[in-house]
Design a protein around this ligand. Structure first.
Ligand code: SF4
Length: 502
């Protein structure tokens, strides 16, 4: 007989879906959406449903591995955890003594979200420092742009989209990337809302759209300024809202005069007729929701493009009301506090932009980067300029990769540590598609000799004689301490039953 355990999908995804997982005799037999979840109501993507395939894949790494061939050849031998810890300890200790702690780059991205990944800093702070990256590969420019424009990143609940009369999807394809938001977009359209899609291609979310604009890549900012120019010129603006809630409008009005229809049409390669049609929709529905995707901000200066796009709803007073607003990501849930940080060492060098890892890895001096520890990341496939990155990594003295599979990055490593999957450890998840906090439950033991990072760092911490109070075990007591220190009005028992809305 199986039992069903509530959990959450921690993938770096707008969904942060509530899961109902059937477990029988220590094995996961089925993953479904949790029908009792207020935000998801049982919906998850097909990838989520098929996680057991990943979990029990014959290709999953089950033991620590040491490189035996040339770097990148993918030849490894199995070693014990004891040998693994000894090798890593010797390497890190020697590098720290010879070059300083900054000679080690700690590189961590977002394979999984969650507060428990902070256990890494509990180790690296005690190590005395490290080199780290800054910025991100994903949405950092857009976030910064919105904070500069609005002060904070927030929007109405995604279910409020059902109150919209007009929805604009700008560089966003939620049918593929944000299924819960798309659910509400579809419901709004079924109730008669108009849908406009703006994207460099006709995307899957736009199948029901009433108007589709395909700007030349990288010209979204120009299009936004052109639309603003037409709205102001044709007096389709909310003077009262602008007076009360904005500043700098006079300068903005002057700026957008530089973006007449003809010029915008020539730059964006969208016909004047289509731009006029969009203006007409806005004239008929000045209160609307604009959903902006993340891809829009992945061009040079595109933080400014996001600022221009985000201003459009404000021009017509379409902010802070039902069915309205500018949607980018939902950052309203509080950041959870990790109460196990040791004192922060001075020798943390934030010197490499994440997107420039390939070109900057070997430009570090005093000390140079000699070793890289990579977890929750696969930069050999997800970072720009992977050929250059491969060259840079080949020259390193030592690479440790923590992963579930022999990824392109793990292939480059000297030591590969087999990681626990999302069903094999506890965590607390706040996402960016909604404001709920959810408990990720450990429901099975990791297979083979796989370990969660907290256990890996505890093993190493013991070897380094670090204070293990900062490196707690991954269990519900640790989660309860996180909840208490984050001042949440909930507890582990409640979170086992349902998500918590802050
Ligand atoms: S939609 Fe995202 S969060 Fe939900 S199950 Fe799929 S990958 Fe996980």
């Amino acid at each position: 007989m199986f039992k069903t355990i509530n959990s959450v999908c921690p993938k770096d995804c707008f969904g942060s879906c509530s899961l109902a997982v059937d477990v029988e005799k220590g094995k996961i037999i089925k993953v479904r959406g949790n029908r009792n979840s207020p935000v998801h109501q049982g919906r998850i993507c097909t990838k989520g449903m098929h996680y057991p395939n990943m979990l029990y894949s014959p290709e999953r790494l089950l033991y620590p591995l040491q490189r035996i061939g040339k770097r990148g050849d993918g030849k490894f031998k199995r070693i014990s955890w004891e040998q693994t810890v000894d090798i890593i300890y010797e390497k890190l200790k020697n590098l720290k003594e010879q070059y300083g702690p900054e000679s080690v780059l700690y590189y961590n991205r977002f394979a999984n979200l969650g507060v428990a990944k902070n256990c890494a800093y509990s180790f690296w702070y005690q190590f005395g420092g490290f080199t780290s990256t800054y910025g991100g590969l994903c949405d950092a420019a857009g976030q910064e742009a919105i904070i500069l424009t609005y002060g904070e990143i927030k929007h109405n609940k995604i279910s409020d989209l059902e109150n919209s009369k007009l929805i604009i999807l700008w560089g966003s394809n939620p049918a593929y990337t944000n299924i819960h938001l798309m659910h509400h977009v579809n419901k709004a359209v079924d109730k008669g809302a108009k849908l406009i899609t703006i994207d460099i291609r006709e995307n899957e979310s736009g199948t029901k759209s009433h108007l589709c604009l395909n700007p030349r890549p990288g010209t979204d900012g120009c299009l936004a300024l052109g639309i603003a120019s037409q709205l102001i010129k044709n007096n389709i603006i909310d003077d009262n809202f602008i007076d009360r809630h904005t500043f700098g409008f006079a300068e903005f009005k002057e700026l957008v005069k530089d973006y007449p229809l003809e010029k915008v049409s020539a730059i964006t390669e969208i016909s004047i007729g289509k731009i006029k049609s969009l203006i007409n929709y806005l004239k008929e529905n000045p209160r609307y929701a604009l959903i902006c995707g993340i891809g829009v901000q992945r061009y040079t200066n595109s933080g400014q493009a996001i600022r221009a796009i985000s201003l459009l709803p404000a021009l017509t007073g379409s902010i802070g009301k039902k069915g309205c607003g500018f949607y980018f990501s939902d950052r309203q849930a509080p950041e959870l506090n990790w109460p196990f940080f040791p004192p922060k060492p001075k020798r943390i060098r934030n010197s490499i932009a994440a997107a420039k890892l390939a070109s900057e890895l070997h430009n570090q001096t005093d000390p140079p980067v000699k070793a890289v520890w990579i977890e929750q990341a696969n930069p050999m496939t997800s970072n720009p300029n992977t050929n250059l990155l491969a060259q840079a990594m080949t020259q390193l003295d030592f690479i440790v990769a923590v992963d579930l599979f022999l990824t392109d990055t793990a292939r480059m490593a000297d030591i590969i540590l087999p990681a626990a999957s999302m069903y094999e450890y506890y965590d607390l998840i706040t996402g960016y598609g909604h404001s709920y906090i959810q408990l990720q439950q450990k429901m099975i033991e990791p297979p083979g000799e796989c370990k969660h990072e907290s256990e890996i760092y505890r093993l190493l911490g013991k070897k380094f004689d670090f204070n293990l109070d900062y490196l707690p075990e991954n269990n519900l007591i640790t989660m309860e301490k996180v909840i208490n220190s984050s001042n949440l009005n909930t507890d582990v028992d409640e979170l086992k039953r349902k998500p918590y809305l802050y």
